[in-house]
Design a protein around this ligand. Structure first.
Ligand code: SF4
Length: 625
């Protein structure tokens, strides 16, 4: 409880129980996140790791994990601390292994003697820490390699790393609740636009702007060559929707099981790390779609719905799921089980069609785990803000914590051209309430094929969403860079300010557009109204001068680079010529060319400054704890 009020009236208040402080620096002094304190434990006990507090009425966590869905011939005994850890006596066809989990408890697994692990999930089940798990723990320093293994074994984390792609440039990463929130960038040529070279350029651009995975959604051009080029050039996992290739040059009605398995095998052999397969759309679900405003908006979902109606049969992907699993397992391709009935507008969100499919996605998750295949599950789409938490927590329950990979969701439908913003608001809430990966939306969503700059805008919007969720969830050290930037901002240290920015070129260009000198204020408020400058003066005056960052004179900033000029040009406000003229005018106005800027706060000598401060700042009282 905090007691407040100096007038004798009780205005005390309580802070709710706090999670972890997302800053690891001493400057991270304010309360930590309000999310649950991180408890990274194997099994069901770890199901609420980095989870938002549940609003009353939200679905709870599942009481099962991937350990409850082992292949035939397998069994597991979880040993609590202090239990005798003697090996069971297996039959002649079986082997037994006992290993210690990250929390010190032991697991005993019995499995067929002839079994050889291929997937990350299978290795984790045998207690093996793979090279990819070690790499993940290097990239996510708040997790040990043993914790990564335990999360993979529980099914709450996937490492999409096709064994073929590992032979190229893939840098293994993980998607799960205990890791930082990831973002995906979609790309791919369409029948009317783009080429393989352009897609590879967009891939590099997406990696530059922080995409953690990339999906090749090509439906035009040379699909095979484009996929191959992306796989050879990417350091991030590549996902595809293989049904697109299955129907190139033929009608969906002609889709056969043989074609499905052949296409999957071919793409798996090429090195694709994860497949979106819309196996959850069932015949029984189709009547629920009739009342929707916009029907089925998933390409894969609508194609398979048509196939079922034409043939009067069940979804072949659902019926032959186990055969599909066998192909995926051979190369450790991860499932991204598609949400073919995701809502395409706010009015269709959380409806019977969407939720009936989600129940099936839970069933498919269990069946894939029994085949040793890693699973993540795809989610909506377009969801009103207030329904996002429910959607995330229902998936967590029905799919037993398998990572949720959501598209957006958009929280309003009336901003075409700005859907990277409408969806990034929903994505932030989704990340906070349970999604592990956020599929970006670009300004071109619903309107056309994203170009290079749209890829950048989409990536940045989603890096903001993912990072905001990580800070709120209290993921250790996630706020460090924010705190460093705040310190640079408080010190009016522009160089550091730009350096710590996610997009330094844009930050520098926007600053220099108005004032291309580094002085201790900026053009937003101007010298006299710069609260940061005044605050700095107050602090220096009350606690002795800081040595760390001192202004000696206004510094003329480096001239705008061509990239920075382009940024300003694209804003459509000023041409490079106009910027140049404005910059020269500004320099002259502040006297920065010949001498110190006349508006700089250290223009006055120290004794005059002190005298001004004493005269003007007498009402300010500083207390230090
Ligand atoms: S002038 Fe305004 S916006 Fe610029 S640094 Fe000072 S307080 Fe911040």
């Amino acid at each position: 409880m905090i007691t407040a009020g100096i007038d004798g009236i009780d205005r005390s208040y309580h802070l709710p129980p706090l999670g972890h402080n997302p800053s690891s620096t001493l400057a991270g002094t304010t309360p930590g996140s309000f999310a649950r304190p991180p408890v990274i434990l194997p099994g069901v006990e770890g199901a609420r790791t980095f989870a938002s507090p549940d609003t009353p009425g939200m679905p709870g966590v599942s009481d099962k994990t991937a350990w409850d869905f082992l292949p035939d011939g397998w069994s597991v005994t979880m040993m609590s601390r202090g239990m005798p850890t003697e090996l069971a006596q297996p039959s002649t066809e079986q082997a037994v292994i006992l290993f210690e989990q990250a929390d010190g408890t032991a697991v005993q697994v019995t499995y067929p003697k002839v079994f050889q692990p291929i997937t990350q999930l299978e290795s984790a089940r045998l207690g093996i820490i793979t090279a990819q798990m070690r790499r993940v723990s290097e990239r996510e320093p708040h997790l040990t390699a043993a914790q990564v293994r335990d999360e993979v074994a529980a099914g709450r984390m996937v490492i999409p790393a096709n064994t073929v792609h590992l032979g190229h440039q893939l840098d293994p990463m993980a998607i799960g609740r205990s890791t930082k929130t990831k973002i995906n960038a979609n790309m791919g040529a369409s029948p009317v636009s783009s080429s393989t070279d352009e897609e590879v350029e967009k891939l590099k651009w997406a990696e530059r702007w922080g995409a953690d995975t990339v999906m090749d959604l090509s439906t035009g051009g040379d699909l095979d060559a484009c996929r191959d080029a992306l796989l050879r050039n990417s350091s991030v996992p590549i996902g595809t929707v293989p049904i697109y290739s299955m129907i190139i040059g033929r009608k969906i009605e002609d889709l056969t099981l043989e074609l499905i398995l052949q296409t999957l095998e071919h793409q798996a052999k090429q090195g694709v790390d994860y497949f979106t397969i819309h196996a959850g759309v069932l015949r029984e679900h189709l009547p629920y779609v009739r009342k929707r405003l916009i029907g089925i908006v998933s390409r894969g979902g609508s194609l398979l719905a048509k196939w079922m109606l034409v043939h009067g049969k069940q979804n072949p992907m659902y019926d032959h799921w186990e055969e599909i699993c066998d192909v995926m397992r051979q190369y450790d391709v991860t499932f991204s089980i598609g949400d073919g009935l995701r809502p395409g507008g706010l009015a269709d969100a959380t409806d019977r069609a969407q939720l009936a499919e989600l129940v099936t996605l839970g069933e498919l998750t269990e069946r894939a785990w029994r085949k040793g295949v890693q699973v993540m599950v795809e989610g909506p789409g377009h969801v009103p803000f207030d329904q996002i938490e429910y959607n995330m927590k229902l998936q967590r329950q029905l799919c037993h914590g398998a990572p949720f990979y959501v598209l957006g969701p958009l929280v309003t439908d009336i901003f075409p051209g700005y859907d990277h913003i409408t969806s990034c608001i929903g994505a932030t809430a989704a990340g906070y309430h349970g999604a592990s990966m956020l599929c970006y939306v670009t300004p071109k969503e619903h309107l056309g094929l994203p170009k290079k700059d749209d890829v950048k805008q989409g990536c940045i919007a989603y890096k903001i969403a993912a990072h905001a969720a990580d800070v709120a969830l209290g993921i250790p050290a996630s706020r460090d860079r924010d705190d460093e930037l705040t310190k640079a901002r408080a010190a009016l240290n522009w160089e550091k300010h730009f350096e710590l920015s996610f997009d330094p070129d844009t930050a520098r260009a926007y600053h220099d557009e108005d004032l291309d000198v580094d002085t201790d204020f900026c053009a937003m408020c101007g010298h006299d109204w710069c609260s940061v400058r005044i605050s700095k003066e107050i602090q220096e005056f009350s606690s002795g001068k800081e040595d760390e960052f001192q202004w000696d004179r206004a510094k003329v900033s480096a001239a705008l680079t061509s990239d920075q000029q382009e940024i300003l040009e694209k804003r459509g406000v000023l041409s490079p010529d106009e910027i140049h003229k404005l910059a020269s005018k500004t320099k002259k106005a502040v006297g920065a060319v010949e001498s110190k800027a006349s508006c700089h706060s250290d223009y006055v000598d120290d004794s005059s400054a002190k005298e001004i401060q004493e005269r003007e700042l007498t009402l300010v009282e500083i207390t230090t704890p």
